[in-house]
Design a binder for this molecule. Structure first.
Ligand SMILES: [Zn+2]
Length: 568
């Protein structure tokens, strides 16, 4: 007797093979039969007309805090994700000395835009060492599986104390050795890897750069050697590269001396729109030299969402807006509808800094419903304002007041230099890339890209009209077998006998995303952007149906994944 039979679906099995019709039999959390299955089952799901895929494996999330208070891990759970990996980009909450949690909160708040008040109130802090953090995560059941990585920022602060928060402070040889030993022991206890950030985009909320920004070769190679002693696990790194000739040599040496593979975040920046090609070439060269490296690439542009409740909008730095900033949205909207205030606001100018991103009206778009993440240049605010014969800031002012102030505008800032996603397509199809960078759980008031897995399949497999698409079997493989393999989880990511029964039943015609929205459901009433999906008929984790029609069934089969997993 099977626990679960999925009957008559179109199986896209994660191997990259073309879809085939068939059934999937599940017992004791594993796939036990694929093809024509006769055996009886306690429960049968009719998959006729549906795609049956492995559950998505999202290797780039920031649920390090949320994992301690949210059993569902929204929004990823709504998007067919059955495994998340957290601790990316060098930020997280372990190891941590009792009494020194505040800095890690400020670091996460600054780097990933997660409200510090929510983290302070929500996190249980019942750990000090990384193995204790793993135990704390393991104690709490979730709707999906969770893997953790050791973040360099927390590690540095733990070993070096307050000095560790200063990226220019140099650790002593003894401190470097201690960092390597802690990573080794954490990985032996079940951490999936070690992560570090070398980008000036990452700052703590106290304004200081992320502590690992300029970590020396001595420090990184010392950690790498300790890490290597564990004999398992992966690196995840992010870097600006610009002006750093030695960066690739350093990354290659980290892989060489540890014997561990690495993934590196790569995107297209408007400053040097072709630089990503050189980065992918460097990754190919490393692989050719026997050094396993992958680029993590995004499924679309990484974009900022602008709105009256979001962290940013074109008037956020205006003196007249700052007077209203603390008001509830409804009151804000009422005041902004006043003609005198509108005139005053439109006469003011934005402060330099982040707000200027919102003033590039040729790169600002209405996201719409359903959201359009690949809008042509003719759809920009600048183009629409020109058609209407009004200044673009006036148009934006009025647009922000739509939907009672809930309207969101979209400002793609990576991967959209040429106003198309052709570069993204090339990146996705490169042999040494995996889909990632969604940052689910992070950027609460700015970015909402936890929906990348849904977008990947819906846009590239079905919707795209402005260029070539990608076969769905290639897309599914990318978000399942490829990402699972990247982090050493060989027990999932494919539909085959013996594999973990993590599955999605998808109504492909209906697969898509609702517009992002701001909700106030974080601890301490904190707000965040979330986005719902459509088309996921059912999601199965470890053989249990966790979501049906987008709603939780209450099942919490998700567990901490301790270390790499062998194929079943
Ligand atoms: Zn990240």
């Amino acid at each position: 007797m099977l626990d679960l039979l999925i009957r008559g679906g179109t199986i896209v099995d994660g191997s990259g093979r073309a879809p085939v019709a068939g059934d999937v039999g599940v017992r004791a959390g594993r796939i036990v039969s694929v093809g024509h299955v006769d055996e009886g089952a306690r429960r049968t799901l009719d998959a006729s007309g549906l795609l049956v895929t492995p559950g998505w494996v999202d290797v780039h999330t920031h649920y390090d805090g949320q994992v301690t208070w949210d059993a569902l891990l929204t929004p990823s759970c709504w998007h067919g994700v059955t495994t998340v990996v957290m601790g990316n980009c060098g930020v997280g909450f372990a190891p941590v000395r009792p009494g020194s949690q505040d800095y890690l909160i400020r670091l996460m708040e600054g780097v990933e835009d997660i409200p510090g008040t929510a983290l302070a109130e929500g996190i249980s802090w019942d750990w000090e060492s990384f193995p204790e953090y793993l135990d704390a995560v393991e104690k709490r059941p979730h709707a999906l599986d969770v893997g953790a990585q050791v973040p360099h920022g927390a590690l540095r602060f733990y070993v070096m104390g307050e000095r560790g928060a200063d990226h220019e402070a140099v650790p002593t040889p003894a401190e470097i050795e201690a960092m390597g030993r802690i990573v080794r022991d954490a990985v032996r206890a079940g951490a999936l890897g070690f992560t570090t950030s070398r980008t000036r985009n990452h700052r703590a909320s106290d304004g200081r750069f992320t502590p690992s920004l300029t970590a020396s070769g001595d420090e990184l190679l010392g950690i790498s050697r300790g890490f290597g002693e564990a004999g398992q696990g992966v690196f995840e790194v992010v870097s600006d590269f610009a002006g750093r000739e030695q960066e690739w040599e350093l990354f290659r040496e980290m892989v060489r001396q540890s014997g561990r593979p690495m993934s590196i975040s790569i995107g297209q920046s408007d400053v040097s729109p072709e630089a990503w090609r050189g980065m992918l070439a460097a990754i190919s060269a490393a692989n050719a030299a026997g050094l396993p490296m992958k680029a993590q690439v995004a499924a679309r542009a990484i974009g900022i969402l602008l709105g009256l409740e979001a962290t940013l909008h074109p008037f956020a730095s205006h003196p007249s807006f700052k007077e209203l900033a603390a008001l509830p949205l409804a009151e804000k909207v009422a005041r902004l509808r006043d003609g005198a205030l509108r005139r005053r606001m439109l006469a003011e100018a934005p402060a330099p800094g982040l707000a200027m991103l919102a003033w590039q009206f040729d790169r600002l778009f209405v996201l719409g419903d359903p959201p359009d993440y690949e809008p042509g240049v003719e759809k920009s605010i600048a183009a629409e304002a020109a058609r209407r014969g009004v200044p673009p800031q006036e148009l934006v002012y009025d647009l922000l007041l739509e939907q009672d102030g809930h309207a969101l505008l979209y400002r793609p800032f990576l991967n959209y230099s040429a106003f198309s996603l052709d570069a993204v397509r090339e990146m996705l199809l490169h042999e040494h890339t995996v889909p990632g960078l969604g940052d689910a759980g992070a950027h609460c008031g700015l970015i909402c890209d936890g929906s990348f897995p849904t977008y990947l399949l819906a846009h590239w497999g079905r919707d795209r009209t402005r260029g070539e698409r990608i076969p769905i079997e290639t897309l599914v493989k990318g978000q399942t077998a490829d990402t699972a393999t990247l982090v050493g989880l060989h027990d999932r990511g494919r539909i085959a006998k013996g594999m973990k029964a993590d599955l999605n039943l998808i109504d492909f015609e209906r697969l898509g995303m609702r517009p992002p929205e701001i909700v106030h459901d974080l601890p301490a009433g904190g707000k965040r952007l979330v986005q719902r999906a459509t088309g996921y008929v059912a999601t199965v984790c470890s053989g249990a149906v966790t979501f049906e029609g987008g709603e939780s069934t209450g099942a919490l089969p998700g567990r901490l994944v301790r270390g790499p997993q062998a194929a079943g």
